[in-house]
Write a protein that binds this ligand. Structure first.
Ligand code: HMG
Ligand code: MG
Length: 309
């Protein structure tokens, strides 16, 4: 059975890094992710650069990558200004985003939920008229850093509004990584019933170590698309304490082992993880990447010993 992985590391991951990552490193990372077989890569954001300076080089990044025909590159777009920038960059997919909880929406995009709908509707209309695919995100589905519990009716309402705008898929975000498999099963089952499992995706942050378990729970409800981030990079600058997304290496390792088809070459993926870890100069959370690098360094010290013998 096929699973689609949406690689969000260059966007969700790098938007949260304290140190600026060079444009050239971002370009190399995106090209390595595509080479590893990822077919959907969220490359950057066309948001206000004063809010997210880390991704202010969106245009240069998209100009620099070697676009592969079979790969869809996407970017977050919050308003018509962002849409204009995405159009000029030649993207064929954009992603709208908003929250299920009022306070997170306000902190993240400076508007109430009600005032966000018409802005996103305009963006969707324009993108669809240009022949683009439009994805939607709902943040804080499983809990809000400011409001705590988020009623499912909030998520249902925002999901339905996004679908009515014409998005092909809604990614349901556990922005601060509070969900447990029981909650994921309950929420996803309800939302799948309203819509269809192939119009929904799971976007899990791994703040409390439940990320992969949440993927398994979502798989049980029929969800077949998951967002993840190389090395487990990530967070949300407007969600205090949010840690990285589930790591793409860990997700691919688990899914391949369970005989799902991901189309991703784990070796090449690990090379991409090692590359960005080296660029950032700190150890990334991915467990599979850690194990891979430890095995590599053990085998190189073993062969050095043999050479010396
Ligand atoms: P605002 O400041 O209210 O916007 O921001 P504004 O419309 O009042 O404009 C203010 C200035 O910003 C103007 O410039 C605009 O031109 C400029 P000035 O006239 O002052 O010189 N501006 C822009 N410039 C470039 N590109 C743009 C743009 N828009 C306005 N697109 C806005 C409102 C939504 C733009 C702002 O709040 C923003 O950029 N927020 C983005 C925050 C963000 O990126 N958060 C992280 C992504 S979401 C996430 O991580 C969650 C997710 O992963 C799922 C999950 O985990 O749950 C997706
Ligand atoms: Mg996120």
């Amino acid at each position: 059975m096929k699973i689609q992985i949406v690689e969000v590391g260059p966007r969700d991951g790098l938007q949260n890094e304290k140190e600026m990552v060079s444009t050239s490193a971002k370009i190399q990372l995106i090209d390595k992710l595509a080479a590893a077989g990822l077919k959907r890569v969220e490359a950057t954001s066309f948001v206000n650069p004063r809010w997210i300076p880390q991704l202010a080089d969106a245009e240069e990044v998209l100009k620099g990558i070697k676009r592969q025909n079979e790969v869809t590159y996407s970017a977050l777009v919050p308003n018509l200004r962002g849409m204009e920038r995405a159009r000029e960059s030649g993207l064929t997919e954009v992603a709208l985003f908003m929250s299920a909880s009022e306070t997170h929406n306000l902190k993240n995009i400076n508007k109430s939920i009600e005032d966000t709908f018409p802005v996103l509707r305009q963006v969707a209309r324009e993108a669809l008229a240009l022949g683009m695919r439009v994805r939607g995100y709902v943040s804080t589905v499983f809990g809000c850093p400011y409001e705590g519990n988020v009623p499912i009716d909030n998520s249902r309402r925002v999901t339905n509004e996004l679908l009515e705008m014409g998005v092909f898929e809604v990614s349901l975000g556990d922005t601060i990584g509070v969900a447990t498999p029981k909650q994921v099963r309950e929420v996803m089952e309800k939302l799948v019933k309203d819509t269809a499992s192939d119009r929904l995706a799971g976007h899990f942050h791994d703040t409390r170590g439940t990320g992969l378990a949440n993927v398994l729970a979502a798989l049980d409800t029929g969800i077949r698309t998951f967002d993840s981030s190389i090395g487990g990079l990530g967070g949300c600058p407007y969600a205090p304490g949010a840690a990285g997304n589930i790591s793409t290496e860990d997700l691919v390792y688990m899914l391949n082992g369970m005989e799902y088809e991901t189309g991703v070459d784990l070796n090449l993926l690990q090379d991409a993880g090692a590359f960005i870890q080296q660029e950032l100069g700190r150890e990334l959370p991915s467990k599979v990447l850690k194990a891979h690098l430890a095995a590599q360094s053990a085998s190189s010290s073993h062969s050095n010993q043999e050479d010396g013998a």
